[in-house]
Ligand binder design. Structure first.
Ligand SMILES: [Zn+2]
Length: 65
């Protein structure tokens, strides 16, 4: 039990608060732990990015007309 707790604590310390981000989705804004390689994650999950992409797609479509 003790080694498990220690490793969990070490993980939290190594990550630091800088890797805790707020989801970029306007309908979500959930705080999440950025585990991406370059720490450039913007959404809590991939599904969170889809609404934004869909909205951008419709904006482009409307602007072309
Ligand atoms: Zn989200």
């Amino acid at each position: 039990m003790v080694p498990l707790a220690q490793s969990a604590g070490a993980l939290l310390c190594r990550g630091g608060p800088a890797l805790v981000k707020r989801c970029a989705s306007p309908t979500c804004h959930t705080f999440f732990y950025d585990t991406s390689k370059n720490h450039n994650g913007r959404w809590r999950s991939k599904a969170c990015g889809n609404p934004l992409r869909v909205a951008a797609h419709f904006r482009r479509k409307r602007a072309s007309h």
